[in-house]
Design a protein around this ligand. Structure first.
Ligand code: PEP
Ligand code: MG
Length: 376
């Protein structure tokens, strides 16, 4: 719901009780506050805030069409996250230089059976064509965890986030996975498509997926069906195992994209949907920052691109840290791109890089991290 609301530019706040049908509300999506039956003064105050926001958006327009570049010339790709078919034209017309995360599970939702190869191909082709030379990173099916799809045969599990999810499900259901991979490969003939595998925790999963992709490529070639034979195959880094082993993964993956939503959840051992433990969930926790830094360093050493496609990518407080760590691409909801670009345009990559190297090991808690991030 949060992902869809964001893609529709709707402010959203969750986990609130005590609202009656018909109550007048002010929803502050930025702070997570709700005001029930606001006073005239509160309404005026929020209208003024809305106007301020509108002016800030207008001021950011000067960045539209300019490349994301630091003061010392490091180019950062700014990509859009998409999920629904209707996101494709909006993202293609936005300032995005590509798609950094196409969440394909939305194609499987709100229906009674899995989309066929033709149905999937049509959507992937639409994205590839709309973006042309700009890359479109299509993430293979990431179901399980909090993403239930009734007809996919997922049984109730004690710990769904630690269970049969994403790549694990796909490798065990080769028929479902192959249909999707064929559709993606066929779409790759129409633009710059890349394949991204979610929830990788063991390098054998990457190897197995690559072997299957090769098999499907051979079949397509035999059938005379066009596809991009050099298609990049990357992985999401969203488990601590993959984060720690980033060096080994970087030698076998074409690119990384860090899924900070799950990486935070798994690092902090906090269910990202459980309000009782939400206080522990923070991308600013030094444990998460150190892992991100390690992943980006390993990617740099091995000469592969490393992006961010979790919510952290759209957080201006984290932007300098991410870029200074070596992240070369940020993917986010399209409405955040200009703001993040403005932060990038005002920073010096080498300076921030040195500051991070000097301080990151000293951070002990979230408050210290926030101070450190502000000081970059
Ligand atoms: C993430 O985990 O950060 C991510 C981008 O994937 P999702 O939010 O779809 O799990
Ligand atoms: Mg994830």
């Amino acid at each position: 719901m949060a992902i869809i609301a964001r893609s529709m530019d709707l402010p959203a706040v969750t986990g609130i009780t005590g609202i009656k049908h018909g109550d007048k509300l002010i929803i502050n999506g930025k702070t997570g506050e709700i005001i029930i039956d606001p006073t005239e003064a509160e309404i005026e105050q929020y209208q003024a805030l809305q106007e301020e926001l509108r002016q800030r958006r207008e001021a950011l327009e000067k960045y539209r069409g300019t490349p994301g570049k630091t003061l010392d010339g490091r180019h950062i790709e700014l990509f859009a996250n998409i999920g629904l078919e209707m996101d494709i034209p909006k993202a293609a017309e936005s300032d995005a230089e590509g798609v950094g995360l196409f969440r394909t599970e939305f194609l499987f939702m709100n229906r009674n059976s899995a989309p066929t190869e033709e149905e999937q191909f049509a959507v992937y082709k639409k994205a590839a064509t709309a973006f042309g030379k700009r890359p479109v990173i299509i993430r293979t099916l990431d179901i399980g965890g909090d993403k239930e799809i009734p007809y996919m045969g997922l049984e109730k599990e004690e710990n769904p986030f630690l269970g049969w999810r994403a790549i694990r499900y796909c490798l065990d259901n080769e028929d479902v996975f192959s249909v999707q991979l064929r559709a993606i490969l066929r779409a790759s003939a129409f633009g710059t498509v890349k394949i991204m595998l979610p929830m990788i925790s063991d390098i054998r999963e990457l190897r197995q997926a690559k072997a299957l992709i090769n098999k499907i490529k051979n079949e397509l070639a035999e059938q005379g069906i066009a596809f991009d034979n050099n298609i990049s195959i990357g992985i999401m880094i969203e488990t601590p195992a993959a984060a720690v082993m980033a060096g080994a993964f970087a030698r076998e993956a074409d690119f990384f994209s860090i899924g900070t939503n799950d990486l935070t959840q798994y690092t902090m051992a906090v269910d990202r949907g459980n309000l009782k433990v939400a206080g522990l969930y923070s991308e600013y926790n030094p444990a998460v920052l150190r892992l991100i830094n390690n992943i980006a360093n390993e990617a740099l050493k091995n000469n592969i691109p490393c992006g961010i496609c979790g919510e952290a990518g759209a957080d201006p407080l984290l932007t300098k840290f991410l870029i200074g760590s070596g992240i070369s691409e940020l993917s986010m909801t399209r409405s955040s791109i200009l703001e993040v670009k403005s932060v990038i345009s005002e920073m010096n990559y080498s300076e921030v890089k040195t500051k991070i190297a000097d301080s990151i090991d000293r951070l002990a808690d979230v408050e210290e991290s926030i101070e450190f991030l502000k000081g970059l």
